[in-house]
Ligand binder design. Structure first.
Ligand code: ZN
Length: 153
């Protein structure tokens, strides 16, 4: 993100993304989403790359596949974290969720593999376990989020 403090001020969340301890590919997908640059079908439609009738969600006929549809309205991505969860690793876990929702979306479109919301949550928990060694200092917060996800299965 460069060292320009004005950039950080204008976009504190984007700056925070790069402070997480997650792999770059995951951070980068969150960064693209933050800047509205993920190649959702709606975005391809708005850039005149797809036709309107080819820009609907794979699962929800007649609904434009926008970022907000993929990540909060579509049944696969429908997972609203509760407010009492610890702030410290909030962005980290949200990034993992976005990453797995996006991967499930791609698997459906390109490989015709469906995933339930539970499948996505299980993959996020697996990711959390894989990366937990990077979160030793925030282990209690990390586990708090993990428990929350387990409670949604
Ligand atoms: Zn949908």
């Amino acid at each position: 993100m460069g060292g320009d403090p004005r950039l950080k001020e204008a976009n504190p969340d984007a700056h925070r993304l790069w402070q997480t301890k997650l792999p770059t590919k995951i951070i980068f997908s969150g960064w693209l989403l933050h800047h509205g640059r993920l190649n959702s079908r709606a975005s391809l439609y708005h850039h005149h790359i797809r036709k309107l009738e080819e820009s609907y969600c794979e699962q929800c006929s007649g609904t434009l596949e926008t970022d907000s549809h993929i990540f909060s309205q579509c049944p696969t991505g429908h997972l609203h974290p509760e407010l009492h969860l610890p702030e410290d690793v909030h962005i980290d876990v949200i990034l993992l969720m976005l990453w797995q929702i996006w991967k499930a979306r791609n698997a459906l479109i390109f490989d015709h593999k469906t995933s339930s919301a539970g499948d996505v949550i299980r993959r996020v928990i697996n990711d959390m376990d894989s990366w937990s060694c990077r979160y030793k200092k925030t282990r209690p917060q990390w586990n708090c989020w993990r428990d929350f996800l387990c409670s949604r299965l």
